[in-house]
Design a protein around this ligand. Structure first.
Ligand code: G6P
Length: 364
């Protein structure tokens, strides 16, 4: 059944392997029943969101990182300002709100106390709220005005993998539908059905390359005390999640960094063999980030590149299957999830139950 490990040594590996199936499940669950194969989102939700002058995405941990990607999707496809916030910060140091805010709570479990305290406060202000969660009837689902489900199936490993990509995909569906409702050209022109099918196929191709990523994890990360992931734009967002995954399960001190910012201080940490893994899927900044890679190479870094096909050269290590630039996080995170898994395995750690962590944190 869905919650059993089957033949897998760890849930984390099983859940990474499930990512392509989750993409297909999201496609079919959000599709209309007729032949048009269009997406369906409750008109009530779309109506409420159309009134908004800003979308506030509130979340913790990996869900926050999915929210960072979501904010870009909403801005590009709906022409509405959007920003992701850490729940633990937002509730007690609330920024000035716009006149017509709309709140999106991203939470795999639907039970995170940090996120819930924000929802309680927003409800007291009678502002509109939507929870995007994997768990129907969870606390944050019950207490928000609206709910959208992730359809990721039970996620058992403490380190979140398939919920991250599911949250990005569901936000993409919502952004596409809201953008269409608002007659935004970028949304009308975006064939998300086809793109999510390409994503599912691309993810499958990547999870089938496990042995390659296992070798790279061994060559780059085993025995290393620290590592950096770098990127710009969406690639920066993915860097933060890639670093969190590595920290959580392998205990390697990892940092996700804006590629251009590294030279303003943190480059002092680069020594012989320090792993620096760069995501390169953003055509507008690829040249700049390649320059940053040269800078750290000159200081001895052991560099690796994860690159979209259109931007690849003969020297790149990992070339991602082709998808729209807005959806590259759905592919580029997979090698990083597998690096974390294999680095942990190689150290003989319990991948599914990292020390000090809980699947769902119900205290603030
Ligand atoms: C915990 C988990 C993380 C998760 C975070 C938010 O800290 O260990 O993996 O990302 O909570 O959880 P949520 O259920 O709200 O997405």
């Amino acid at each position: 059944d869905a919650a059993s490990k089957g033949t897998y040594p760890y849930y984390m590996l099983k859940e990474i392997d499930e990512e392509p199936a989750v993409m297909r499940r999201i496609l079919s669950n959000y599709q209309t029943d007729d032949q048009s194969h269009e997406f369906k989102i409750d008109t009530e939700i779309l109506d409420a969101m159309q009134q908004a002058d800003k979308l506030y995405i509130v979340a913790a941990g990996t869900s926050y990182h999915a929210g960072l990607v979501g904010a870009t999707l909403f801005e590009k496809l709906t022409d509405t300002p959007a920003e992701a916030y850490l729940a633990s910060e937002f509730g007690y140091h609330m920024p000035l709100l716009t006149k017509h805010p709309f709140f999106i709570f991203l939470t795999q479990s639907g039970e995170t106390a940090d996120s819930r305290q924000v929802l309680v406060k927003i409800n007291q202000m009678h502002l509109p709220t939507l929870t995007i969660t994997n768990v129907p009837n969870s606390t944050l689902s019950r207490e928000a005005d609206y709910t959208l489900l992730l359809y990721a199936g039970p996620e058992i490993a403490v380190a979140s993998t398939k919920a991250y990509t599911a949250q990005i995909a569901v936000q993409a569906v919502l952004a596409k539908e809201l953008g269409e409702a608002k007659h935004v050209q970028a949304a009308q022109a975006f064939d998300l059905q086809q793109q999510l099918s390409l994503v599912a196929a691309g993810q499958q191709q990547l999870v089938d390359e496990k042995d390659h990523f296992k070798e790279l994890a061994h060559d780059y990360l085993a025995d290393q005390p620290s590592a950096f992931y770098i990127g710009r734009g969406l690639d920066y967002d993915v860097s933060l999640e890639a670093a969190l995954k590595l920290k959580e399960v392998s205990y390697i001190l990892a940092e996700g960094f804006a590629a251009g910012e590294l030279k303003h201080g943190t480059i002092a940490l680069i020594q012989d063999n320090t792993p620096v893994i760069a995501f390169l899927t953003d055509p507008t900044t690829v040249g700049l980030t390649r320059g940053n890679i040269k800078e750290v190479q000159a200081r001895g870094a052991h560099t690796m590149t994860i690159v979209s096909q259109a931007l690849a050269t003969a020297d790149d290590q990992i070339i991602l299957p082709d998808v729209d630039d807005l959806l590259t996080p759905l592919l580029s995170i997979i090698p990083a999830q597998l690096f974390a898994y294999y680095a942990s395995l190689e150290k003989g750690l319990d991948v599914d139950k990292p020390r000090n962590l809980a699947k769902s944190v119900t205290v603030e």
